[in-house]
Design a protein around this ligand. Structure first.
Ligand SMILES: [Zn+2]
Ligand SMILES: [Zn+2]
Length: 303
């Protein structure tokens, strides 16, 4: 099971009742945070999620509305007596940006490991998840992320019996481990069927529409995408500032054939996006307006 929470949905600056854009995922005891604007730790407290188990932080880019909440959050994690290392992923310059912010949070009881992205795309394995980073098109280097929960194939007891694999090994083989017993080596592929479809969530913000988004978001269960402007007349502005309108986001969702889309990163000048959703759903019916604290529990599909 993958739990998703959209902590905030604001772009540029936090507003009363609208925190800055940030997403948190929980999987198998670990938490993953994407972006950390000012006030992210308050948004986290509001939904009752703890910062302590955050093992991975993914940064889209280094505009203040996506990272200025970091020093306070790190102090909060330190105060919660976290000691396990924390992995941070982001575009080139990550270590320099974080260390500059850490001048005001110098002493932490845990180590920070940095992974700096380069090139158009990069695949990482963290916390048992497959993370795909892909470059998008903003006015600074910016990446989107897909998080994928892999799912093993089905265990085949008939094959296990036919191959005379001791029952004592079955459980370990099902967990994907290679087992040696009485001088014989047993591998999971001897008893496991083909891999099944996992769970996929894609997140992108601060970008114009790109082919990399369509390719990376392909068939996601949930696609969280920026929609800076709902007003159709702001199309020109979206292009100029390298952002997107609701309609452009809906078009990406349609082309990527995702199951569901949530819009986020709203312009502070747009008080209520609801009035535009009827037209957005004409392009992509499973489109929803994100709101602070919106959650989803995503599970593997039934066989
Ligand atoms: Zn932004
Ligand atoms: Zn930006």
């Amino acid at each position: 099971m993958l739990d998703i929470c959209l902590l905030g949905t604001g772009g540029m600056m936090p507003l009363p009742k609208r925190y800055l854009t940030s997403m948190m995922a929980r999987y198998n005891g670990s938490s993953i945070l994407i972006d950390c604007g000012e006030g992210t730790q308050i948004a986290m407290k509001e939904v009752g999620w703890s910062p302590k188990p955050i093992d991975v932080m993914l940064f889209t880019h280094y505009h203040a509305d996506h990272i200025s909440g970091l020093p306070g959050l790190l102090l909060g994690m330190g105060n919660a007596e976290r000691t396990e290392p924390l992995t941070m992923v982001g575009p080139r310059g990550l270590e320099k940006v974080v260390n500059s912010l850490r001048v005001i949070a110098p002493e932490l009881p845990f180590e920070i490991r940095f992974i700096e992205l380069s090139g158009p795309a990069q695949d990482l394995q963290l916390c048992g998840l497959d993370i795909h980073a892909f470059r998008v098109n903003h006015n600074v280097t910016c990446y989107g992320y897909s998080i994928y929960v892999p799912r093993a194939g089905k265990f085949d007891p008939v094959a296990a019996k036919e191959k005379e694999i001791p029952v004592r090994c079955w459980n370990l083989l099902q967990k994907g481990q290679v087992v040696e017993m009485d001088g014989v080596t047993y591998t999971p592929d001897m008893v496991m069927g083909p891999k099944r479809r996992g769970i996929k969530v894609t997140y992108c913000t601060d970008t114009r529409p790109t082919n990399s988004i369509i390719e990376s978001a392909k068939e996601s269960d949930l696609f969280i995408c920026e929609g800076m402007y709902g007003e159709p007349e702001k199309q020109k502005k979206a292009k100029e500032y390298k952002h997107m309108t609701f309609y452009e986001a809906a078009d990406l969702a349609k082309k990527a054939q995702v199951k569901e889309m949530w819009l986020t990163h709203f312009s502070p000048s747009m008080p209520d996006g609801r009035r535009y959703m009827k037209d957005v759903r004409k392009i992509f019916p499973q489109a929803h307006l994100g709101r602070d604290g919106r959650m989803a529990e995503l599970d593997f599909a039934e066989d």
